[in-house]
Design a protein around this ligand. Structure first.
Ligand SMILES: NC(=O)c1ccc[n+]([C@@H]2O[C@H](COP(=O)([O-])OP(=O)(O)OC[C@H]3O[C@@H](n4cnc5c(N)ncnc54)[C@H](OP(=O)(O)O)[C@@H]3O)[C@@H](O)[C@H]2O)c1
Length: 285
């Protein structure tokens, strides 16, 4: 399947077009305004054509629009003969069942999700290689998807069922988006201690990278440092006191996450049962 149609040239759609073009696939794209044109993206020239042209000329179609538009695109694809074609979307939270109606038109369907965060096209092009990808959908597509992921030097994980997608995506959102929330909470604390916004962000980055390095080298239980891992409940109590006074909006998530850290520290044998109970008591506070 060498002819690939990409519907939606945003961050991921464009990065996919550039990367697949470099791998030797012929790319045709559909944009929202649907005006035929040639678009140059980096070293690649992509034909932007109406859906009526792209669908018949493609062996595989990627829907790379926002998640909320996927159902609408699937509905427009119902107007075409999709026999032997693959139709995939790239959403992490939705399963291939969003495309189920396309089976009536002969399509093989799936969802292929790169487990990455793409804030820009350039970043997506550089971050896609080596990423994990998850696939869920028709088994007949797994061979093709596997060879595609291999071209990215990526690692493919096939999810056992469509039902697994939401919890899988919750995990991805926690480590990616919530990391930004954690950075924001740290910045707010440092601002209160006299840092400027920029200084706070710059100062916290090496700490975040250091923690990531620890996580990349050690099991999570060994990567955990800080007062909870040392059983320093007095330090936690002092944090809670100043957060309640100065930053109550930061105190709430601090308390919400503390039991997760306590469980890790307990499992690692770093926290006695007495200190574990004491910690649980003060965070309920
Ligand atoms: N960004 C990430 O970190 C990431 C990671 C993994 C998976 N994904 C998934 O990848 C998919 C795309 O996300 P993204 O971040 O690349 O979104 P994006 O940057 O917002 O791009 C979406 C593109 O779809 C276009 N579009 C909207 N409606 C359309 C239509 N009816 N026909 C053709 N094009 C249309 C938009 O055009 P306009 O600009 O004109 O509206 C835009 O160019 C989503 O399913 C998302 O869940 C994203």
């Amino acid at each position: 399947m060498k002819n690939v149609g990409i519907i939606g040239l945003g961050r991921l759609g464009t990065a996919l077009a550039v990367s697949l073009g470099r791998f030797g696939y012929t790319i045709r794209a559909v944009t929202r305004d649907a005006q035929p044109q040639t678009r140059t993206i980096g070293d690649l020239t992509v034909s932007v054509l109406p859906l009526e042209r792209v669908v018949p000329e493609s062996d595989a179609l990627f829907i790379a629009t926002p998640d909320g538009i996927i159902a609408q695109i699937a509905e427009s694809l119902m107007n075409f003969d999709l026999n032997t074609k693959a139709v995939l979307h790239l959403s992490g939270s939705h399963s291939s069942s969003m495309l189920a109606s396309l089976k009536e038109r002969g399509a093989c369907i799936g969802s292929l999700h790169p487990l990455q965060s793409f804030a820009s096209v350039e970043q997506a092009i550089s971050n896609l290689p080596g990423s994990y990808f998850t696939f869920e959908g028709d088994e007949s597509l797994s061979g093709w998807v596997s060879s595609l992921v291999e071209k990215f030097g990526g690692i493919l994980k096939i999810l056992p069922s469509a039902d697994s997608k939401t919890i899988y995506h919750a995990g991805a959102v926690i480590v990616s988006n919530y990391m930004v929330a954690l950075a924001e909470m740290g910045v707010r604390c440092l601002r209160h201690s006299g840092f400027s916004e920029q200084e706070a962000q710059e100062a916290l980055l090496p700490l975040m990278r250091g923690t990531l390095n620890n996580i990349s080298r050690l099991p999570l239980g060994k990567a955990l440092t800080g007062p909870i891992s040392r059983g320093d409940i007095g330090v936690v109590a002092s944090h809670l006191e100043v957060l309640a006074r100065d930053l109550p909006d930061v105190k709430r998530p601090y308390c919400a996450l503390a039991p997760v850290l306590a469980d890790i520290a307990r499992k690692e044998g770093k926290l006695s049962i007495e200190k574990y109970r004491e910690l649980k008591r003060i965070i309920k506070g």
